[in-house]
Each structure stands twice: as C-alpha cells, then as structure tokens.
Design a protein around this ligand. Structure first.
Ligand code: DX5
Ligand code: ZN
Length: 229
C-alpha cells in the first residue's frame, strides 16, 4: 500500500476560523487538509469555494489542500482552484457525462482530469457508495487520475455512519492498482478505519472524529496506525 495520509475534513472545523484550524491540524500531525466544496445542487448543502481556498493558501503556504468537489459542474471550478493553488481536485464521476458512468462519463472524466493536471494540481475521481467500482476502471487503467475517492457515506454532511460494504470496492480497486492512492471519506474513526485500511485504503478523511476530539493529534495518530504499509 502507498504511504498513509491522514486528512482532517474542514467541514467539521470552526468555520469562523478556518485558517486557524488548518494550522492547528498541521501542528497535530495532519498530512492533508480535506476541503469539502459543495454547491447546493449536487448535494443539499452549500459550503465554501475557490476564494476561501485562496485565503487558506495565503495563510498556509505549504499545506496540502485536498479539494473534494460535491458539485454538479466541476469543470467550472478548475480555473478558480488553480488560481487558489489547490493541491488536489476530486470530482464526482456521477457529475460528468450522462451521470451514470457511461462511456461519455469516462471520456469527459479523463478530459477533466487532464485539465486539472495541466493546471498543476493532482486529479482524483470520487464515487458515491452505490456507484460500482468498475465505473472508474478505464480511468485508473489509463493512469488518468492520481487518486480514487470511495465515499463511505452519501456526500453532503459530516457525522454519518460508515458504510462497511464500500470496503469490497476498495479491495477490488487495490487488487487492480497496487500503488494508486485510494481515499475513503465518511464515518471514519479509529474503529471503522480498520476495515477500510485492511481493504487497501491509504488516504483517510475524518471530520467529526478529529474535530470532535479534545486530542485531535491522538486521533490522527490512531488513524495512521491502522493503515498497513
Ligand atoms: C461528506 C464529506 C466528508 C465529511 C466527512 O459529504 O465528503 O468529507 O466531512 O465527515 P465525517 O468524518 O464526520 O463523516
Ligand atoms: Zn469529502
């Protein structure tokens, strides 16, 4: 498995002090900061956009800003995120093409990933829990993406229950791609991470488990220990 990366989700942070929360998490051992960008259309929640990412970048020059777009028109945000110097951009496969992972979705996703990379960022594709993992096989086989995000809850809100059956998808993808970054997001804590990590996930997002703790550093270390390398 590639090296473990722990990514606290800013969705669960103090929204009035995001820059402070970023530095606190880096101090506590976070590898990446997970930034949930939601458009109120792809999901029933509305968060922050490229201008806020730009301000976070100004305050945290070296932070790895992992932007997860739960958005219907991800292509429209790429220029803004590049200007903000986001580190990585993840778009949903359900948000491109016909929205059902058909051939159109594959070619549109490959083109979108190429645009993201051409702007100097890492490109990743996300799948909701009910979307089959085979949907992204053409993309990973072509090395079109740097990471696959397997959502372990329906995107939209923090604090939901981990969907253990998603581990089968992670396992199938890990078998196919031994060195790919595979991210899990939703309901991860020091207990649920074990199944996800055993299945082959190496990038772990955690919102409520980290920010809800009075010792986030301890939770981050606990999550990291679970990832087998
Ligand atoms: C869900 C988001 C997650 C969310 C996870 O829509 O993609 O990043 O912040 O929160 P927890 O860890 O509380 O499930
Ligand atoms: Zn997310």
């Amino acid at each position: 498995t590639p090296v473990a990366k722990i990514a606290p989700s800013l969705l669960a942070a103090d929204q009035g002090d995001l820059a402070g929360e970023v530095s606190r998490m880096i101090h506590d051992g976070a590898d990446w900061l997970h930034v949930d960008i939601m458009d109120g259309h792809f999901v029933n929640n509305l968060t922050i956009g490229p201008p806020v990412v730009a301000h976070l970048r100004a305050r945290a020059r070296d932070a790895f800003l992992d932007c997860h777009l739960s958005c219907s028109n991800p292509g429209s945000l790429i220029d803004g995120l590049a200007a903000a110097r986001a580190s990585s951009v993840t778009f949903h496969i359900e948000a491109v093409g016909g929205g059902d992972g058909d051939g159109d979705a594959t070619s549109e996703a490959a083109a979108l990933a190429a645009t993201i990379r051409a702007r100097g960022m890492r490109a990743a594709v996300a799948l909701k829990p009910s979307t089959p993992i085979e949907t992204v096989f053409p993309l990973v086989d072509a090395d079109a993406v740097d990471m696959v995000l397997c959502l372990t809850v329906e995107p939209g809100f923090g604090g939901q229950k981990f969907t253990a059956s998603v581990c089968d998808k992670v396992r199938a993808l890990r078998r196919r791609r031994p060195r790919l970054d595979i991210q899990v997001d939703g309901g991860l804590n020091e207990d649920t991470v074990v199944a996800a990590a055993c299945a082959g996930a190496n990038v772990v997002v955690a919102g409520s488990a980290v920010f809800g703790s009075d010792d986030p550093g301890r939770v981050i270390r606990g999550l990291r220990r679970a990832v087998v390398d």
